[in-house]
Design a protein around this ligand. Sequence first.
Ligand code: SAM
Length: 286
Amino acid sequence: MLPHSSDDARGSLYIVATPIGNLDDFSKRAEQTLRDVDYIAAEDTRHTRRLLNHFGIEAKLFSIHDHNEKDKADYVASLLEDGKNVALVSDAGTPLISDPGYHVVHSLREKGHKVMPIPGACAVISALCASGLPTDQFFFAGFVPAKSKARCDLFESWKTQDGTVIFYESTHRIYDSIADVQKVYGDDAELVLAREITKTFETFLSGTAAEILAMFDEDANQMRGEFVVMLSFIQEQGDESEIEAKRILAILLEDLPVKQAAAMAAKLTGEKKNALYKIALEMQAG
Ligand code: SAM
């Protein structure tokens, strides 16, 4: 029985996560869904056939990949209209996350079809939760550009990003990407690289970009496999004095108008009066 089968005559699309390494991460619900659907749309049918064979699931496959998915969206819609249930899988992990499927899901949702997630492994989430970096806010950038100039421009644009920044990288470009992180951030970013998650050589490397590059130089095996790169920016100096200025402003604002509080705080902290005036206004507003 498919989870939450639709109550109308139309079929549903199931977005089914598959393992990112360890086959034991394939959930019972994912297995059952792939058994029960009428069709499985796969990024690479040969790849998915191996997974299906392993679990003894009939391979009722057709392909949906980056180059045909816009055309295939209508085909999937027609299957659902005919009352067929379809599962979408990618080669590994959660479909649509740096994998094909967005156009299909977007188009089906616009047509009012039912789309249901069957959750499971996803490299970005697996990496982040074990990294030790902040998890309260994060920004996932997918794959970064292959060319160094475009990559450095993108890294520059992250300078104002809050929380942990995460991207996917391949073994071929990992050294050059980390070298560009070093170029843009120097020692101002703390990095964690999650390599080969859930596989035999799972490794988490942490340090500054320079330290990670030194680890690569010492042991080239550390550059092998699949990577999730995570960056946490070290707060710029000056934050501490801003915190102190805010503390003083908060006390002064209890008894003084904004302008006088800012002037007094400037005398006490040595910070600029205009900047403190702006902060005081924000504090009063918020
Ligand atoms: N949809 C997948 C997911 O849910 O994470 C991601 C697919 S994307 C085409 C493949 C990239 O994900 C790899 O190049 C690597 O950056 C990352 N990745 C996938 N599996 C991984 C693993 N076991 N360990 C580390 N990174 C992995």
